[in-house]
Design a binder for this molecule. Structure first.
Ligand SMILES: Cc1cc2nc3c(=O)[nH]c(=O)nc-3n(C[C@H](O)[C@H](O)[C@H](O)COP(=O)(O)OP(=O)(O)OC[C@H]3O[C@@H](n4cnc5c(N)ncnc54)[C@H](O)[C@@H]3O)c2cc1C
Length: 236
């Protein structure tokens, strides 16, 4: 019997089933994963947010009966399974950030080459060139961090540390790149005629979900301070 509420589940209002990690022992870590069809009785309520990505809902389980056959893995294994799935999100987020930033930079360059003010394309002005250069450097750095993490996962190496580094940097990077792109587009960037303002609102959540910036910093520093990671060891 499942009882409780989970606030913030991406696409929870559209889902036909949910993977629920519920406490089944005396501590929070003694948890079990269940596959629970909506038809078993859970309900959802959409949550309105500032962006259009990862549209969340709140899920309520009011004494929902789940048959033993719907346990995923073994009873008590839920926490370990959740950690494995959360890790996946941590390297998907920086990849999403890289894709968005690539599109933004493409648009920024095209606009800088065609928008003429005071007789010259704005791309000939150093102020605009520097924004483009900074975006390229940060984008390239985030791309390599995401690839490095994907490689670790492919090889079956522990990926918590590179995932935290890539997630923290990638989420911050895309927020800065979208902001510069909006700046390069000037007033048009702020309008709803272009997708930039929507991305500006949407990418903000990447610094919050799948572990906030602060949580990634905690993981990274703890790994180093406790010696779980050698400095530079994750490059080997
Ligand atoms: C659009 C959206 C979709 C989401 N989708 C999902 C989903 O599908 N599944 C899911 O499980 N969750 C989902 N979430 C939840 C998301 O993962 C959490 O919002 C996030 O982890 C932060 O938790 P919180 O909101 O409880 O903030 P809090 O934990 O209340 O944190 C508030 C602030 O305090 C900081 N903080 C908290 N504790 C510490 C500490 N010990 N040291 C330093 N700083 C600290 C945080 O970093 C943050 O800045 C979603 C959220 C959003 C907005």
């Amino acid at each position: 019997m499942l009882r409780g509420e989970k606030t913030f589940i991406t696409f929870g209002d559209e889902a036909d089933y949910a993977i629920v990690i519920a406490v089944t022992g005396s501590s929070a870590r003694e948890a079990t994963a269940f596959l629970v069809d909506r038809a078993m009785g859970w309900t959802s309520r959409p949550i309105d947010t500032m962006g259009s990505w990862h549209t969340p809902a709140s899920l309520t389980f009011d004494d929902v009966r789940v048959p033993a056959g719907n346990v995923l893995g073994a009873v008590g294994e839920g926490f370990a399974l959740a950690m494995r799935w959360i890790l996946r999100g941590r390297y998907v987020i920086p990849s999403q950030a890289v894709g968005t930033a690539e599109r933004c930079l493409e648009m920024a360059i095209a606009h800088a080459n065609t928008r003429v003010t005071f007789g010259r394309p704005i791309g000939e002005r150093q102020a605009i060139q520097w924004m483009i250069a900074d975006s390229e450097v940060e984008l390239e750095a985030a791309r390599w961090l995401a690839l490095r993490c994907a490689w670790a996962v492919d090889q079956g190496h522990p990926a918590r540390h590179p995932a935290a580094v890539a997630k923290l940097y990638g989420a911050g990077m895309v927020n800065r790149v979208v902001d510069r792109t909006l700046q390069i587009f000037g007033g048009m960037g702020y309008t709803r005629e272009l997708p930039i303002e929507g991305w500006y609102r949407a990418v903000r959540v990447l610094r919050v979900l799948e572990g906030t910036d602060e949580m990634q910093r905690m993981i990274i520093s703890r790994d180093l301070l406790r010696g779980y990671e050698r400095i530079g060891g994750h490059l080997a």
